[in-house]
Design a protein around this ligand. Sequence first.
Ligand code: GUN
Length: 286
Amino acid sequence: MSAKILYGKDFAAQIKESARLEVENLKNLGVTPGLAVIIVGENPASQVYVRNKHKTCEELGIRSEIVALPENTTKNTLINTIDALNADKNTHGILVQLPLPAEIKNSSEEILNRIDPRKDVDGFHPVNVGNLVIGSPKLVPCTPAGCIEMLDLANIEIDGKRAVIIGRSNIVGKPLFHLLLARHATVTICHTHTKNLPEIAREADILVAASGKPNLVTADMVKPGATVIDVGINRIAPKKLVGDVDFDAVKEIAGAITPVPGGVGLLTVAMLMKNVVKAAKLQLKA
Ligand code: GUN
């Protein structure tokens, strides 16, 4: 039997609708949530992502500002820009689009850590990471949060299940580990040094691929009936995107599977909108 395909579009629409209602409520309290996205240089993929974030804000009634800085922007200029946005009470969320240009890439951590943790809608600041680890999440990274939201909206149980994540990045693998753990899954992270990946992957009720390697997950690595979430985005030709999962073969084994494109990636921007609303609420309280 072929797996149920979990298309991101409908889930994203539901999340955005709930964010839109929360924006309305905040506006009734006199607060219009605002997001500032800083983009440095002209990376074409980043420009597409940033435009998409801006468009989604406009759809939902969130104030959106794009701060486009030239490729040769210095670390100090970027830090001053962040300081000004930290101090601006109409800006509730700040996001620095990654990757930064080569000249300042080494300072990415210092730059991201400059964002006020209450405005850190990417959830990358050590304060937000720490809150997630101690089980007191505030602003959590959008892509892993989207994975959990998709499982919930698809009525796929997490509690007590075996979850295996392939990939240990700070953006996806590590935060997803903590989100699944908080929901009482038994969680394993596999990575490039893992010895018996297929064997461990086959134990998963929920298998998440976030490795950045096309076709890493093959049908023999999937337990029949498992849920397979593909977070990979790999450009294998100018116009061809694929995930980390051999979709055509794995869909014959899995119980549910996300496609790429059109899968869980679509939830990332929707979760960002949720984080902007959450940030505005956090600042309302303070
Ligand atoms: N570039 C690719 N993914 C992301 C993300 O989640 N946040 C930011 N800030 N930049 C990105």
